[in-house]
Design a binder for this molecule. Structure first.
Ligand SMILES: [Zn+2]
Length: 392
């Protein structure tokens, strides 16, 4: 027996009573959230919307049972619940915030798709209503920034005009005469949704009553997916949430860069230019060869943790014929490292330096580490080491 779909007549009804036709244990849970046993319930009538047409199913309660999933099974609607429901009369209750959100996104999609089609000749080939973002896939040439903005503005104009959203019934021929957007080849009476003077298309989903209830339509990214253009958008409460979140991101980033949100682009460009300049000077330092082909990189670091010297040394160790003489001013760390092809002896050099300047340390031929008693003599220690390498 076909389940009567109460949401066809009134998508704003949140509570209803129905007769339980069957309640069977669900042997193979057909949805990923199912960890516990579940039951499948069929009613004579329901306000629960099953997943279809890109719109996810409703959640809510049937008696004391939680509704976990709702799906179409030909003419019947199957409610998957977390506990058995007794045959007879039952009260159903829809999770309204979730449903209303879906209605805002779904009706917004009708409107936005109509604007892309009507104004820019870009038909919609599919729709997905996600938990965060909604998408439509458009077919045709790439929608430019102007087209995305144009469709968004046109959709919001219809929202501001608060036009009625009507349900129409008729045969395929009758709907075709009314100018239905999508042709259907089904017999019998069809259901179509009309946004007054803007759109008419066949749909079995749930919609708001007036375009004002859609709230703001906010178009976001557009990316290429196979042959189509995937346009991300949000409507209503989601638009409010996204706009608020975007501003928080701008404010936090501006705080990090110590600038006003409107100066973010120039501030970020400046920081990136500084980073590039630092990288170039480090590379230039690496590339400066000595007379006999030996490169000696000698540098005293300020405000740099000793660990960082190790990182530098490992980079330098990969360069041919290179010696690194590194130290820190804060704690007098010394780090001498070479690529094996440099052919010097780091441990010996360190030992000689520590004979002249107090401190301790040791190491191997390619890598030696020490610490000066007086960190102020770091610069002198490096000069001394350099002289020894050159004389050598
Ligand atoms: Zn619809």
């Amino acid at each position: 027996m076909a389940t009567r779909r109460l949401y066809y007549d009134d998508a704003f009804e949140t509570e209803f009573t129905a007769r339980v036709i069957s309640c069977e244990s669900a042997l193979v849970p057909s949805f990923p959230e199912a960890k516990a046993p579940a039951w499948e319930v069929v009613l004579d009538r329901t306000s629960f919307y099953p997943t279809s047409g890109g719109q996810p199913h409703d959640l809510g309660k049937l008696g004391d049972a939680n509704v976990l999933d709702v799906r179409d099974a030909e003419d019947e609607i199957v409610h998957v619940v977390d506990q058995p429901v007794e045959l007879g009369e039952v009260k159903g209750c829809i999770n309204w915030p979730r449903r209303f959100d879906h209605m805002q996104q779904h009706t917004g999609q009708h409107l936005l798709s109509a604007m892309f089609q009507e104004r820019f000749g870009l038909p919609t080939f599919s729709f997905h209503l996600g938990t965060e973002i909604c998408t439509i896939d458009l077919r045709g040439p790439e929608p430019t920034e102007e087209i995305l903005e144009g469709a968004e503005r046109a959709a919001n104009q219809v929202v501001f005009e608060d036009r009625p959203v009507n349900v129409r019934y008729g045969t395929a021929d009758q709907l075709s005469q009314l100018g239905v957007r999508k042709k259907v080849n089904r017999n019998g009476i069809l259901r179509a949704i009309e946004i007054e003077s803007a759109d008419l298309q066949p749909c079995g989903g749930t919609h708001v009553k007036r375009t004002g209830q859609i709230g703001l339509v906010l178009v976001r990214r557009c990316t290429k997916v196979r042959d189509d253009w995937r346009v991300e958008f949000v409507c209503g409460r989601r638009s409010e949430r996204f706009a608020r979140h975007d501003f928080q991101l701008l404010r936090q980033t501006a705080e990090k860069l110590s600038c006003a949100p409107e100066d973010l682009v120039s501030a970020a460009s400046r920081v990136l230019a500084e980073r590039d300049a630092n990288f170039k000077s480090f590379r230039a330092m690496l590339q400066r060869p000595d007379r006999d082909g030996l490169r000696i990189i000698s540098r005293v670091f300020e405000g740099t943790p000793a660990d960082y010297l190790g990182f530098f040394a490992s980079v330098i160790g990969k360069s041919e014929k290179t010696v690194a003489l590194l130290s820190t001013t804060e704690d007098g760390h010394l780090l001498f490292a070479q690529s094996p092809s440099a052919g010097k002896n780091m441990s010996a050099v360190l030992k000689q330096v520590l004979e002249k300047i107090d401190g301790k340390g040791g190491g191997t031929r390619d890598f030696a580490r020490g610490r000066l008693d007086d960190e102020a003599s770091a610069e002198r220690a490096l000069l001394l080491a350099k002289e020894m390498l050159v004389v050598d």
